[in-house]
Design a protein around this ligand. Sequence first.
Ligand code: ZN
Length: 253
Amino acid sequence: MDISYIAGLIDGDGTITLIVRRDHTCAFGYYFIPKIGVAQQEREVLDAIKECLGMGQIIYIGKGSYEWVVYNWDECRKIVSLLEGKLVVKARQLELLKEFLFLKEPYQAWTKEKFIRALEIAEELARLKKKGNVRKTIERIRAIRRFVESINYTPEIRGKKISERLKGRKFSEEARRKMSEAAKRRMKFVIRDEGGKMIGYSKELYKVLGVRLGPDGRVTCPKCGYTWRYRGRRKTATCPKCSKKILLFRPEL
Ligand SMILES: [Zn+2]
């Protein structure tokens, strides 16, 4: 087996894509997994690919089929350079994945611009896919992009007692909306105003901002995630599930 043969298999039955996964400890609450793979019924073919390239793993994907897959960032870079100029059907996919793999170094922090570009690449790769629920995947990626575009993110700043620094500050309705959205998603990042001045650290914001009370009285506990309808008139509510005291924010007051 040689690289031209492998290129043919990837071009025909292969996958070149970018997976977007949720993880609240990552930048913007998501991370990316590049994927190059070939699915086959004959495991021997896949063993030969793995042997030839010295990369990847073979997994059983059900219905008598196996898949040789590579998720590792550095290995994907190597395979992309081996495949360059050898694909016909998936030339565009290869070009897109290559752009993603060289947007930044694997352990370097994301900037907002690069993160949005990576989401655009993931969206186009999803659109080029023929199998699976493409529309649902695209809608999901677009929703993530809208959220990322709506926040101001600075990866280098970390603060522990920001809730104290925020006490007594006034916030616009817009800033409150963005921040409570971030707090709801339990993301770690710093939100800044238009002038670049720090507004707050998302994880502790609910302590100062209060948890927003929905128009029907619905409130979600920031600690356990439980949602219920609060009918009282106090400034704080107690979570029926975990007993946490929650500061409330009523937009109409
Ligand atoms: Zn709770």
